[in-house]
Design a protein around this ligand. Structure first.
Ligand SMILES: O=C(O)CCC(=O)C(=O)O
Length: 366
């Protein structure tokens, strides 16, 4: 990973000082049609008027939005080691030798037992399993094996969600670029994800790729079902900002829950299996932010048991928070960045182009 030098940010800042901010550029529509509902709901007149909003209301000059900035992370530390914490807060992730290769091999044996063959998708996770016993076994095993390592390297964190994921060999594998929904009150606590290698990972076997510093773009909670700030920019971000993560068995990538990430197809003969564990500070309540309306988010607090009991009908989504009472509500700004803005804001990464050359890259599915 060569993401630590940040010349593009400096260039971006200089450019912004020399020119007035550009209005948002039109975006190519490469979004997932199933996600349009939320975005269209947030832009009702654009979505419903066949002639567009201008045809009905007197035209008002568009007020250019200020250029996006990277927000500083202002929360108690996640990592015990100050150098790792600095890396985690600034670029969004750090690599740690978490468990022994032997312990990783034992977890791999369990992952293979639970996922003996492909169920139907090229990318699978027991998070979506309807079998509560399976999910409990995975949770209890990962807690027993990994929590001591979490206690050693992270500041008083506990596991909230845990699963094995499998990237099966063959075309159209991997998981497209996404950002997890917030799981804590991020004004006080950051959530993190531990992507734990059970065997060696590489671009060939569809390892994880990340967008350095992307956790600092939004500066507000990311709610489930929100229109994404990178909507329409999946290919552009993969072309310009993606870094790949190569790990040895037992190593974990600890990344901020808000870091944008994906994986591509696995062109080896073996399934790529990984344990993915979501953690948060012990003092933090587990939260569920649900986007319901034009800029409005309902906030729920729940127990980790919710994610064991509830299974989302849609791959890639959380089960809706039905039956829970919101503890609050907040407004968020719905904004999509332009390609020019991400180039000025985020460091350059080569994983998308590298995957393309290797033949593992998948286009955005939408
Ligand atoms: O391991 C992978 O292929 C992707 C994992 C991932 O993106 C996730 O669990 O959110």
């Amino acid at each position: 990973m060569s993401s630590r030098s940040l010349p593009r940010r400096v260039v971006g800042r200089l450019k912004r000082m020399l020119r007035p901010p550009a209005p948002p550029a039109p975006l190519p529509d490469e979004t997932d049609a199933s996600e349009h509902g939320a975005y269209d709901a947030a832009h009702a007149d654009e979505a419903t008027s066949p002639l567009g909003a201008e045809a009905e209301a007197p035209a008002e000059p568009a007020v250019p939005l200020p250029p996006p900035v990277l927000h500083d992370i202002d929360a108690p530390p996640t990592m015990k080691d100050p150098a790792r914490q600095e890396e985690f807060a600034s670029i969004g992730y750090t690599i740690v030798d978490l468990i022994t290769p032997e312990a990783a091999a034992e977890l791999l044996a369990l992952a293979k037992e639970i996922h003996p063959h492909r169920g139907g998708h090229m990318w699978e996770s027991d998070f979506y399993s309807p079998d509560l016993d399976v999910k409990r076994k995975v949770a209890e095993t990962l807690q027993a094996v990994v929590q001591p390592a979490i206690d050693e390297h992270l500041v008083d964190h506990e596991m909230l969600i845990q699963n094995f994921v499998v990237n099966w060999p063959g075309p159209r594998g991997g998981l497209e670029l996404h950002q997890h929904s917030s799981i804590t009150d991020e004004t006080k606590y950051r959530g993190a994800v531990i992507w734990l290698a059970l065997h060696e990972t590489s671009l060939e076997n569809g390892t994880l790729n990340v967008v350095p510093q992307s956790h600092r773009v939004l500066g507000q909670h990311k709610a489930e079902r929100t229109p994404e700030w990178f909507e329409g920019l999946h290919e552009h971000i993969c072309d310009n900002h993606l870094e790949t993560v190569v790990l040895q068995p037992g190593q974990g990538l600890v990344f901020d829950n808000a870091v944008l990430h994906n994986s591509y197809s696995n062109i080896t003969d073996e399934p790529r299996m990984t344990a993915v564990i979501v953690v948060a500070p012990r003092d933090a309540a587990l939260r569920y932010y649900d986007y319901v309306d034009d800029g409005t988010v309902k906030i729920y607090e729940l127990e980790p048991e919710f994610f064991l009991q509830q299974v989302a009908a849609t791959h890639g989504e959380w089960a809706p928070p039905e039956g829970l009472e919101p503890v609050g509500e907040e407004r968020i700004e719905v904004r999509r960045l332009t390609a020019e803005e991400t180039l000025a804001l985020l460091p350059h990464g080569t994983a998308g182009k590298d995957a393309e050359a290797l033949g593992t890259r998948q286009p955005h599915f939408g």
